[in-house]
Design a protein around this ligand. Structure first.
Ligand SMILES: Nc1ncnc2c1ncn2[C@@H]1O[C@H](COP(=O)(O)OP(=O)(O)OP(=O)(O)O)[C@@H](O)[C@H]1O
Ligand SMILES: [Mg+2]
Length: 239
């Protein structure tokens, strides 16, 4: 089994005629947390959507767990073991906490190398969700909705979890809860690809940090300690 769970090779992704990612390459090793840092509009969400197949790249390759996945339907990609916590959380507002989690539960067998997440394990990670299990998602606070979005993704028993700005719009104390959960997940062995704008938060968590600038241009890929914080803050946003 290779040490690399995900390899993105020179992908180009468009929205209509607009080239958004102009040749992005990166990889994630098994059990590691890799963070992609970049300002508004550089293409973080587009990269996450490219990987999970919502906005497939027009060229390049994506290899997950040893097999090429580019061009596959998202449903198939999720079945193979990638889950996403989308930007803005997007939980099902009118469903209860329990229903949001139950609906996401993996159907079918789990491969021997993915963790078997279930309701009990998600409630252990986020006790607040258990307290609110019968509440509708739209009555939860932003932080609780973020926990629910993470819990829902875990219910698919992923090998790789993509998290698109999970701390966006949260108060500092709640950010710490999310950080703690991500630390626990990392210890549990799931591979993590975290897209963030909060440089300090992400560098504390990451094994590898990547700086992204407009059109997905990667300007740094290495140890968090060497991360050029000043460079990322100077990255201009796209018009
Ligand atoms: N559906 C779309 N149609 C056309 N252009 C889009 C669409 N979604 C995003 N874009 C453009 O693609 C570029 C990258 O956007 P993307 O959302 O991937 O950036 P981001 O790094 O996630 O930004 P943020 O930090 O604000 O979430 C931006 O210029 C954006 O305007
Ligand atoms: Mg985004």
């Amino acid at each position: 089994m290779s040490d690399t769970i995900l390899r993105v090779e020179d992908i180009r992704t468009y929205y209509g005629d607009g080239l958004i990612l102009d040749g992005v390459s990166l990889s994630v090793d098994r059990g590691k947390l890799v963070t992609v840092l970049g300002r508004n509009g550089v293409g973080k969400t587009t990269l996450s959507r490219s990987i999970i197949g919502f906005t497939p790249p027009r060229s390049g390759r994506i290899v997950f767990d040893g097999s090429p996945i580019q061009g596959m339907a998202s449903r198939e990609i999720v079945k193979r073991g990638i889950a996403i916590v989308p930007q803005g959380r997007r939980v099902f507002a009118s469903l209860t906490v329990y229903e949001n989690l139950a609906i996401a539960a993996r159907k079918g067998p789990i491969s021997s190398d993915s963790a078997a997440w279930d309701l009990k394990k998600v409630f252990e990670l986020f006790p607040r969700l258990e307290e609110r299990r019968s509440q509708r998602a739209n009555t939860l606070s932003g932080g609780e909705q973020q926990m629910l979005a993470i819990g829902r993704a875990l219910m698919t028993c992923p090998k790789l979890l993509l998290l698109d700005e999970p701390t966006e719009g949260l108060a500092p104390l709640i950010i710490e809860l999310v950080v703690k959960a991500l630390q626990e997940l990392r210890r549990s062995g799931v591979s993590l690809l975290l897209f963030e704008q909060r440089v300090e938060v992400a560098l504390r968590l990451a094994d590898v940090a990547i700086a992204m600038s407009s059109h997905g241009l990667i300007t740094f890929n290495g140890a968090p300690a060497d991360f050029p914080t000043h460079e990322v803050s100077a990255v201009p946003t796209l018009p």
